[in-house]
Write a protein that binds this ligand. Structure first.
Ligand SMILES: [Zn+2]
Length: 303
């Protein structure tokens, strides 16, 4: 059984660039729990809340019940559900899953393989993360599902990412030049000597969702704004002005100046002659990543 392929194919659930990371998030959660207790079954009522939070934090803006992946992942040959009386999954209804005492766990063949091959868990986790999320979120999601990637990582990583690193380096070079080594949101232009620091090339439409490696799909962002953009706190409107999610809360002066004050500002760059971000990529980000409603521009409150 090729578990990597099987887990990689969960992707088929996502069509036309619509993000549906529900199964991948449950799978990552199950791997995280397996790492700490290989023999433990996960009762729906015990993990419902964790799953709900994961879906809310890392899923698309639409709400989905955790009962969906809990039941539907059984169709992918990696996860099984049993009720308290030994029956199979009662379906994706929340009430039935709760009342039947449904418990889920990785299928026996996968559990055996994970125990026999020490680096398999890390490889599966990376396949799931690479396929469904941008790199800026990988460590956050791993932490949220309790996955210890450090101890799961083997030599496997390097071979997978050599080509990706070259690709990323080339895009970064183009983006830094186009945006003149400045964050397109805040203008941050820090360097150590002549080397820019804390500046990154951010994909607008995620690479995992067929986002291109070109200027029409990239922004030069500082590390903070890259993270907030990938988390859907920051976005762009049709006129390429900055929008900030109402869900973002920050009370201090720094949060205000670095995030809240960005509302309705124009992007800084790219320089004349470089492609700006394309409208269709902005539309994908708005639809699939940006969280909830945009804040209104703040009127000056204090004199
Ligand atoms: Zn910035």
């Amino acid at each position: 059984m090729d578990w990597i392929e099987r887990v990689g194919n969960l992707r088929q659930w996502t069509n036309n660039g619509v993000r549906a990371p529900h199964k991948p998030l449950l799978m990552l959660y199950a791997l995280g729990r397996f790492q700490h207790g290989p023999d433990q079954a996960l009762r729906y009522t015990d993990i419902e809340r964790d799953l709900k939070e994961l879906l809310r934090d890392y899923g698309p803006p639409r709400d989905t019940s955790p009962s969906y992946p809990f039941h539907h992942l059984t169709n992918d040959g990696v996860w099984e559900v049993r009720t308290a009386d030994g029956g199979s999954s009662p379906g994706s209804g929340v009430g039935a899953l709760r009342a039947s005492g449904a418990e889920g766990r990785l299928v026996p063949g996968l559990r055996t393989a994970l125990s026999a091959e020490p680096d398999l868990l890390g490889r599966l986790a990376h396949v799931l993360l690479d396929t469904h999320f941008p790199p800026s979120l990988h460590t956050d999601i791993a932490a949220a599902v309790g996955l210890d990637l450090e101890s799961a990582d083997g030599a496997v990583r390097t071979e997978v990412t050599a080509r990706d690193r070259r690709r990323a380096a080339e895009l970064r070079r183009q983006v830094l030049v186009a945006y003149e080594y400045r964050c397109a949101f805040c203008g941050f232009d820090g360097a150590i000597g002549r080397v820019p620091v804390g500046l990154e090339a951010a994909h607008v439409r995620w690479w995992a969702f067929r986002g291109a490696d070109d200027l029409a799909n990239a922004l030069c962002l500082c590390s903070l704004h890259h993270k907030l953009f990938d988390r859907g706190v920051l976005g762009l409107d049709g006129g390429r002005r900055i929008v900030v999610s109402q869900e973002f809360v920050g009370r201090g002066a720094a949060a205000r100046s670095q995030v809240l004050d960005l509302v309705d500002r124009s992007l800084i760059g790219p320089q004349h002659g470089s492609d700006p971000v394309a409208a269709e990529n902005v539309a994908w980000h708005t639809e699939q990543v940006f969280r909830g409603k945009a804040r209104m521009a703040q009127v000056a409150q204090e004199a």
